[in-house]
Design a protein around this ligand. Structure first.
Ligand code: AMP
Length: 188
């Protein structure tokens, strides 16, 4: 089974992915984390990635595609991958289908953690930051939320049409969300 997980920053995607990894013995492929690891190596490709990420842009589809192909083609991860941070656009979504097909796999389910902007703001104010003024933190979070919504919308639509999409109510408690996800995955 392979899963794609979506959720805006602050929705608890990290917590839920960790839960799925442990409960269902899966492997989390977080492209952001992979890229940060590559950056820290200080190789020529690492330096290139650094400059792109630090400028706030997306890394090229080719670089990220090569990276995920390494994992998809590796037998030890076969049919047990959670894609986190990929796909980020339609081109990547189609590329993911092609890659999985090449290695005789597919996506079984797409989970979308749905949380309102109001809740994200509330969570931030409960977790007051000592270093920054709360307004700054809130402003950044709002911007990230809107960027996330806008950029993932076509990809979410793509999976909806393929009947793969499950929307999870991210407003619930962590335990309730765990249970909902478990029930969905157990039915696959
Ligand atoms: P994240 O931790 O998922 O927010 O990713 C951190 C940064 O890595 C992003 O801002 C992008 O620059 C880059 N990145 C992560 N995933 C992708 C992707 N699928 N395509 C292009 N760039 C990505």
């Amino acid at each position: 089974m392979n899963i794609v997980i979506f959720g805006p920053p602050g929705a608890g995607k990290g917590t839920q992915s960790k839960f799925i990894v442990e409960r269902f013995n899966m492997y989390q492929l977080s492209t952001g984390e992979f890229l940060r690891k590559e950056m820290s190596k200080n190789t020529s490709i690492g330096k290139k990635i650094s400059s792109v990420i630090n400028s706030g842009s997306l890394v090229s589809d080719k670089i990220v595609s090569d990276l995920i192909e390494k994992i998809i083609s590796d037998k030890q991860y076969q049919n047990r991958i959670i894609f986190d941070g990929y796909p980020r656009n339609l081109n990547q979504a189609k590329n993911l289908d092609n890659l999985l097909q090449r290695y005789k796999q597919k996506i079984h389910i797409v989970l979308k953690l749905s949380v309102s902007l109001e809740t994200i703001k509330k969570r931030i104010s409960e977790r007051r930051s000592l270093e920054k003024r709360i307004d700054d933190v809130e402003e950044i979070a709002i911007k990230r939320y809107k960027t996330y919504e806008k950029s993932t919308e076509p990809v979410i639509e793509y999976y909806k049409k393929l009947n793969l999409l499950k929307v999870i109510d991210g407003e619930n408690t962590i335990n309730q969300i765990n249970k909902e996800i478990s029930d969905i995955i157990s039915l696959i």
